[in-house]
Ligand binder design. Structure first.
Ligand SMILES: Cc1cc2nc3c(=O)[nH]c(=O)nc-3n(C[C@H](O)[C@H](O)[C@H](O)COP(=O)(O)OP(=O)(O)OC[C@H]3O[C@@H](n4cnc5c(N)ncnc54)[C@H](O)[C@@H]3O)c2cc1C
Length: 442
C-alpha cells in the first residue's frame, strides 16, 4: 500500500470512529456545557493533544479533519478560543500531570476561557524585553505591569501571563509563564475598539495581582521556552493551510455565560461537504471561491487583471495546502520542515492582503461603506443590492491584523532568515547582559 493510501485509511478510521461517536452522543437538547463535557472528555475537542492531556494524539491534518467532520455532522463544534489553540498545547507540553488535569480539562470542556497576556506597550516584537514584574512573597507571586492587545481579555477566566521574575538575569532568562486568574482585584480590563468597529482586544492593567507558585508552567525562569511553545502553536494554528481552533459557534468560559444554553441553538444543521480540489483552508480556499462568485455576479470577472489576481489568490491557497501535505509526509517519515509555522504565517498574511485588494476591486466604490451596526448593515445591503459586499469590507479592514499578531511579517522573515536560511543574526548581541543593565528596548 502507498504512503498516501495508508494515510487516508488511517484518516478514514478516525472519521468512522468519530461519526459513530457523534451518532451516539450528539443531542441538540443538551446544554452547551453538557455537550462540551462529553466532546472534551472523549478526546474529540482537541484530538491533536496527547492522550494524557484529553486528546487523541492525532496529527494536525487529522485533527483539522475532525473539526470539519463535527461541523458537517451538524453538531456543535469544540469550544475554540485561545485556551484550546494556545494554552492547552502549551500546558500539555510543559505542565505537570496535575496542572494538565487542573487547566486543560477545563479548556477542552469549555468551562474556562483564556487570554494571552504577552504583549506590552514596550514589548511586542521584542517580547523578551517585557517589564511586567513578578515578586515572590512566600508561596505566592505579586504581579505588577501592563499588557496590551489582549484578545478576548474581557471574556477570559484565566490568562497566559509571562512576567519577569528575575531582572538580574539576561533578558531571555528570568521570565516565567503563569496560569493567571483574571477574576481578582487588581486586574482591570479596558477594551480597545478597532477600525472594524469591534473591540476584540483590550489593555490589561495588573496592580498587585496574585498568582500561586504552583501556577507556574514549565518552571521558574523557563518562561521564554514555554512562551515559544505558545507562539509556535499560534503561528502554525493561524497560518495558511491550517485549521484554526479559534473558530467556534459558542463561546467558552464563565463570562460569556453560554454554558447553560441549548447546544442545538448554536448550530444550523449539517454543513455541506467541501468539494474536492479546493484551495486549502481559510480565505485562500473559501475566500477565492466567494470572490470568484462575486466577480462573476457583477461582471468584473471580464477584467483580465481581476482574473489574474483571483488566480494568484487561488494559487496562494494551493501552496498552503501543498505545504500542509509536505509537512504531513515529512512527519510520517519522522522528519520535520524547519520553521514551517513561520512560513505558513507569512503566507497567510499574503493571502489576507491579496483577498483585501482583489475583493475591494471587485465590489468597487461600495467597498468604502462599512456597517458598524445591524441597522447600517441593512441600509448598505439595500443601497448596494449586494449581501456579500459587507463581508468583503470586513475582511479588508481585518486584513491588517494577521500580518501583526503572533509576530509581524518582518519578525517572521528575520526568523526564517536566521534559522532556516542561516543568515547572520542582527548585530548587538546582549545575551549575557542582565536585564536590569540593558538600555530600554535593547
Ligand atoms: C489583531 C491582533 C490581536 C492580538 N492579540 C494579542 C493577544 O491576544 N495577546 C498578546 O499578547 N498580543 C496580541 N497582539 C499583539 C501582537 O503580538 C503585537 O502587536 C506584535 O507582536 C507586534 O508588536 P508591537 O505592536 O509592539 O509592534 P512593534 O514591535 O513596536 O513593531 C513595530 C514595527 O517595527 C517592526 N519591527 C520591530 N522589530 C523589528 C526587527 N527586529 N526587525 C524588523 N522589523 C522590526 C515590526 O515588524 C512592525 O512593523 C495582537 C495584535 C493584533 C494586531
Amino acid at each position: 500500500m502507498s504512503d498516501t493510501a495508508e494515510a487516508s485509511t488511517a484518516q478514514d478510521d478516525v472519521v468512522d470512529e468519530l461519526r459513530s461517536w457523534l451518532s451516539e452522543h450528539w443531542d441538540p437538547e443538551l446544554t452547551v456545557g453538557e455537550w462540551w463535557q462529553l466532546l472534551g472528555l472523549a478526546g474529540w475537542a482537541a484530538p491533536g493533544l496527547p492522550t494524557n492531556a484529553y486528546g487523541r494524539g492525532l496529527s494536525r491534518n487529522d485533527a483539522v479533519r475532525v473539526q470539519t467532520e463535527i461541523a458537517e455532522f451538524g453538531a456543535l463544534s469544540a469550544p475554540g478560543g485561545l485556551g484550546l489553540l494556545l494554552a492547552a498545547p502549551t500546558i500539555a507540553t510543559h505542565g505537570t500531570q496535575e496542572q494538565i488535569d487542573l487547566y486543560v480539562r477545563d479548556i477542552v470542556t469549555g468551562a474556562k476561557g483564556w487570554c494571552q497576556l504577552f504583549s506590552e506597550p514596550g514589548a511586542g516584537s521584542d517580547l523578551a524585553g517585557l517589564t511586567c514584574k513578578a515578586e515572590l512573597d512566600g508561596d505566592e507571586w505579586t504581579i505588577n505591569g501592563q499588557k496590551v492587545w489582549t484578545s478576548f481579555g474581557h471574556m477570559a477566566d484565566l490568562g497566559m501571563l509571562i512576567a519577569r521574575t528575575d531582572p538580574e538575569l539576561p533578558k531571555h532568562q528570568g521570565i516565567t509563564w503563569f496560569a493567571f486568574d483574571m477574576h481578582q482585584d487588581g486586574v482591570e480590563v479596558r477594551p480597545l475598539v478597532e477600525m472594524t468597529g469591534h473591540a476584540l482586544f483590550n489593555e490589561v492593567f495588573i496592580s498587585d495581582g496574585k498568582v500561586a507558585d504552583d501556577a507556574i508552567i514549565g518552571g521558574r525562569g523557563n518562561g521564554w521556552a514555554v512562551a515559544n511553545t505558545t507562539l509556535m502553536h499560534e503561528r502554525s494554528g493561524l497560518g495558511s493551510g491550517g485549521g484554526s481552533a479559534a473558530a467556534g459557534a459558542a463561546t467558552p468560559g464563565t463570562i460569556a455565560d453560554q454554558l447553560g444554553r441549548r447546544a442545538g441553538d448554536f448550530v444550523s444543521g449539517p454543513k455541506k461537504k467541501r468539494s474536492g480540489g479546493g484551495a486549502g483552508a481559510g480565505l485562500g480556499g473559501g475566500g477565492a471561491k466567494l470572490l470568484i462568485d462575486l466577480a462573476k455576479g457583477n461582471g468584473s470577472i471580464q477584467d483580465p487583471s481581476i482574473r489574474q489576481d483571483l488566480m494568484k489568490l487561488h494559487t496562494l491557497g494551493e501552496i498552503g495546502r501543498f505545504n500542509n501535505l509536505r509537512l504531513k509526509a515529512a512527519k510520517k517519515a519522522g522528519q520535520d520542515i524547519p520553521d514551517i509555522g513561520n512560513i505558513s504565517k507569512l503566507a497567510m498574511s499574503d493571502i489576507m492582503r491579496s483577498t483585501r485588494d482583489v475583493g475591494l476591486r471587485i465590489i468597487g466604490a461600495a467597498g468604502m461603506l462599512h456597517a458598524y451596526s445591524d441597522d447600517q448593515r441593512g441600509a448598505i445591503e439595500d443601497a448596494t443590492g449586494n449581501p456579500f459586499g459587507q463581508m468583503v469590507t470586513s475582511i479588508a479592514l481585518w486584513a491588517q491584523g494577521p500580518p501583526i499578531y503572533g509576530g509581524t511579517d518582518q519578525i517572521q522573515r528575520n526568523i526564517i532568515g536566521e534559522r532556516v536560511l542561516g543568515l547572520p543574526k542582527e548585530p548587538g548581541d546582549t545575551k549575557g547582559v542582565p536585564f536590569s543593565e540593558l538600555p530600554k528596548n535593547a
